[in-house]
Structure formats: C-alpha cells, structure tokens
Design a protein around this ligand. Structure first.
Ligand SMILES: Cc1cc2nc3c(=O)[nH]c(=O)nc-3n(C[C@H](O)[C@H](O)[C@H](O)COP(=O)(O)OP(=O)(O)OC[C@H]3O[C@@H](n4cnc5c(N)ncnc54)[C@H](O)[C@@H]3O)c2cc1C
Length: 344
C-alpha cells in the first residue's frame, strides 16, 4: 500500500505524476537536483529576454495533455506560436516545410510554467537542490539518501523520472540486492540518447524572415534546428532577435568539449551562412547549453520494467513514453501517477 511516495525529478513527467496524485491518499514528496522545475523543458532569463533552451514548445499531439493545458490548468500567459516551421537539407536552402496546423504552446513567462502550474495544483512537497544518490531497500520500504549523505526518509514507493542513463546510474548505486535490479538496470541503460549543443544568439535588430523556426530534415547539416524566440509573445522586446540554435548530433559530439567562446563563434558563423545574413556572425550577447542526454532515440522495453512495480518502484519520462517529447512525458507521468493510485 502506497501512502508515502518519493518522486525523483521535477520535469514534465514528475510534475504530471504529482498532479495525477492530487486529492488522493498518497503523500507525494518530490526531490529535484536543480533549483527550478520542468527539467529539459527549460527557461532562462537575460536582460529583458526570456528563452527556452531545451524543449522549445509543447505540441498538441496528445488530446489529454492539450485539454489539461487549455482547460484544467490556468491559461493566463499561455501562447501559441503562430509563425510556421520551415525546413532545410544539407545544402542549407530554407524553404516552406510541411503544412501543419499543430499548435506550439509555451507561456509568456516561459515553458517552465507548465511544471510550476502542475505542482501548484498538486498537493506535493517539492525539494529543489536535492540530488538523490542512493536508494536502499529496507524491508518493504525505500530509504533515500542525497549526495550529501543526508537521509531523506523512508517511502512506501519511489517513482524515478530522470533520463534513462541517470536512472540506470541510480539503480547501479542502489542498496538493493535483487536480480530484478540488475535486469531493470540493463534494460534502462540500453536506451540510446542524442547529444545536443545549443547556442543562443542575441541581436539588437529583428530578422525579416517569414518563419518561426527551420528544421534540418535530412540530418546532414551541422545545424539541426534554428528558432526565433521573438515569435513567442513576451519573450523578446520589439526590434530585437534571439536565435536558438540546436546543433546536430555529429557536430555536438565532435565539439562538446570545445571552449564556449569557440562554440558560440562557430555556431554564429554557421547560422549567418544558413540564413544568408552576415550580420548574424556578430551577436551582441550569447549563451550556450550542453545536453549530453538531450532526447532518447528509442523507448525502453516496457515489458522489462513490469517487475519493478512488485518492488514499489515506478518509472516515468520521455524514455518510457511513446515519443521523446514533452507532451508524451507529461502523458506518461499522468498515467504512471494513476497507476500508483490503482496499485495502492
Ligand atoms: C535541446 C532539446 C530540445 C528539445 N525540443 C523539444 C521540443 O521542441 N518539443 C518537445 O516536445 N520536446 C523537446 N525536447 C524533449 C523534452 O524536453 C523532453 O522530452 C521532456 O522535457 C522530458 O521530460 P521528463 O520529465 O521525462 O524528463 P526531464 O525533463 O529530464 O526531467 C527529469 C528531472 O530529473 C532531475 N534529476 C535527474 N537526476 C536526478 C537526481 N539524481 N536527483 C534529483 N533529480 C534528478 C533533472 O534535473 C530533471 O529536472 C527537447 C529536449 C532537448 C534537450
């Protein structure tokens, strides 16, 4: 019987699980290693600019998540990016992409509002700045220690939502002597991930192009995704441009350890070349982010996870979901939360 649940990770999946458990008898405590919430759907602020440097927006591909965002949660400041997504291949010619009426949601205050609003509607207690390091099986409960070896308490069940490689590491460190632990760990560790280096380039002028973003469809260009944060209401003051550039896997891996100054210089040069505008070689400020585990390239073997529930252990996240996307992680978190209630 689950009356005390620990959730590791306050990303979209962890937040959605906490939300699904609101108004139930399950007492939810969330441990998140970073200072904020929403994980890889991440927002930063610099000057008057707000920008997303992980997931750029929430798609409306999942009806349940769409209803959650547009009806159940507060909608103030919810924005739908209206401009289209264009496409380019190896040659770098940016042209109209597939026609699509899909919605691209974020918030004026940033996409992290999604997790903030889910937690606000939940009854969960969220502890930020706590990196869970050890799970110990003690009888039919789990004890949690953080990386400072502080005892964070005993729980009837644990939900792990970090990216698969970090979840596999947690199982590797666990004080849990059971064959199922090794098998779970192997299945989870085998999920492959894509590495992405992102550059953010700010300009004191606005770009005159018809697209919000351009995506590299053949994965043969160094740039994988180029987006204009100024198309998101409330993110960039009028008359300025803030480009978010995500580099493709090959370039990101080859340049992962390069000095940040060289990284952003090279990203700006490639961006200028792609857009055909020399001014873009000279941003007036920049930022960057390394994502070693940006997105899973496959889903975990879900059958291999099944035995975990017998040990009061659950998993959620984009690597458990059907797609490596924010909406899929949220959906998976909702369903996993409901399953925990059913099992309790
Ligand atoms: C560069 C990039 C671009 C993307 N673009 C898009 C996009 O445009 N659209 C889209 O739908 N998706 C996109 N995604 C994917 C999307 O961000 C993810 O699918 C989604 O955010 C995953 O949510 P999650 O809750 O499964 O995992 P996460 O968001 O990774 O949440 C896991 C949380 O666990 C925490 N954590 C990890 N280890 C520990 C520990 N030991 N103790 C405590 N806390 C821990 C982490 O800090 C994190 O907050 C993108 C991702 C990246 C990186």
């Amino acid at each position: 019987m689950t009356s005390k649940l620990a959730v590791v990770g306050a990303g979209g999946a962890g937040a959605a699980a906490a939300y699904a458990l609101r108004d139930t008898a399950v007492d939810v405590t969330v441990f998140e290693k970073s200072r904020g919430v929403c994980g890889r759907a991440a927002t930063r602020r610099k000057g008057d600019c707000t920008y997303e440097y992980g997931a750029n927006y929430l798609k409306d591909d999942d009806e349940r998540v769409a209803t959650l965002v547009t009806e159940a949660l507060p909608t103030d400041g919810l924005v739908d990016v209206a401009e289209p997504i264009y496409a380019f291949e190896r040659d770098g010619d940016i042209g109209e992409g597939k026609d699509s009426d899909e919605r691209k949601w974020t918030y004026e205050a940033g996409i992290t509002q999604l997790a903030k609003r889910l937690f606000a509607a939940s009854d969960a207690t969220v502890h930020n700045g706590v990196r869970v390091e050890t799970l110990s099986r003690e009888g039919d409960r789990w004890r949690i220690h953080d990386d400072g070896n502080t005892d964070r308490g005993r729980f009837d069940a644990v939900l792990l939502t970090p990216p698969a490689p970090q979840t596999a590491d947690l199982l590797g460190e666990a004080a849990w002597d059971h064959d199922d632990c090794r098998d779970l760990r192997q299945a989870i560790a085998s999920v492959p991930y894509r590495t992405v280096v992102s550059g953010m380039l700010h300009y004191p002028f606005e770009l005159d192009v018809p697209w919000y973003a351009a995506v590299n469809t053949d994965k043969a260009h160094d740039i994988g995704w180029l987006a204009r944060e100024e198309c998101k209401p409330g993110h960039v003051p009028d008359g300025e441009s803030l480009l978010l550039v995500q580099m493709n896997e090959g370039w990101s891996v080859a340049n992962y350890d390069a000095h940040p100054d060289r990284l952003v210089t090279e990203i700006a040069e490639r961006t200028a070349h792609l857009v055909g505008d020399d001014r873009l070689t000279q941003p007036d400020w920049t930022d960057h982010q390394h994502w070693r585990y940006a997105q899973p390239e496959d889903t975990v073997d879900r059958d291999a996870l099944a035995p975990a529930a017998d040990h009061d252990l659950y998993f959620a996240g984009d690597w458990v979901a059907a797609q490596p996307r924010l909406h899929a992680a949220v959906r998976n978190g909702l369903e996993t939360g409901e399953r925990i209630v059913d099992d309790s």
